[in-house]
Write a new protein. Sequence first.
Length: 284
Amino acid sequence: MSPTIRNATRAEIDEIVEWAAREGWNPGLDDAAAFYAADPEGFWVAEADGTLAAAISVVRFGPDYAFLGFYMAHPDFRGQGLGYALWQAALSAQGTRIVGLDGVVAQQASYQRSGFAYAHANMRYGGTPQVTAPPGTDLVEVAPVHLPLLIDYDARFSPARRDSFLTQWLKAQPTRQSVALLRGTEVQGYGTIRTCRDGQKIGPLFANTETGADLLFRKLVATGLEMGGDGRIFLDIPEPNGAAKALCDRYNLKPVFETARMYRGEVPDLPLSRIFGITTFELG
């Protein structure tokens, strides 16, 4: 079967998010809006006989970097080569950009055959932490006035600036809230908690120190409860960051899922010791 491969419409992206939910990926309730803001042409579909058959996202963050996720075929069209045709088309459209992904470990060899190199593992931890919101005035809810500072700070932890993405991602909504750790006008860290189909996820969680990450984590968990969450928290950490694992252990979060972070092109040199929580579309 020869599919029609094209960019997804905004309405189709919402349909694809429902596919992901049925696959157990647990996307955030409003995650898609931020990735769409970053790259309205970053979502692709394969259409067969007028029906959506497969999907993929390759969201571009500037001319040099993109992140791949949401790669799946509808159950009715699996095993027909439609997903792989879509994969090839979407990747070929990226030119010489570095492309990152978080893939299930079982598919690591397949991704390597497509030119992706293993960088490190990411681990999802989950549980119901018991915390008390930390006192003090250094932890502030993110407002529009903070955006320029946070966008600059975030660029230290990503292969590319994420201006459009963060402008939407950091917008306070009933389903999400972001918190920054500020010392005067200097950003020491920030994080976001958002409501998902199952519990709440914290991510990103970036901090200059382990103490800062702990303060942000506790504040975000308390904020999640104020948003109406049931206390179940998920945090995706880069496995090489031992301090992030210690944070999870400290609050009784247990490993529930593992992915392989891989890149096509040069592997970015990121400060993993200060990355305590990641956010990708593949993981939701």
